[in-house]
Design a binder for this molecule. Sequence first.
Ligand SMILES: [Zn+2]
Length: 109
Amino acid sequence: MAVAGELCLFAHSNALLVSHVCNVLEAAGIACELRNMSLGGGAGELPLSECEPEVWVAACDYTHAQLLLQAALHGPDDMPSAWRCQQCGEMLDGVFDTCWQCGTPRDME
Ligand SMILES: [Zn+2]
């Protein structure tokens, strides 16, 4: 059922990770297709490499999708959200655990 102009963007044995990637792409407006998602149970006869869940995207979206893929795999930890110090009101990048201005620890959200 291969469709012309589609490319396999990502494949991984962890179906949760694959569907996470798909969710990120769809949230960004890129149509994607999951394949091999339903073979986990009775796939004993197939080599693992042939039943890994895959994410496919249109060829024209491939480059953009690759960037989103990198962000999806490494994103939240590399780019924590900014926060505001409760003590002095300073806006701080998410990489800081404490306020550089007054030393107040970041509140758990
Ligand atoms: Zn502060």
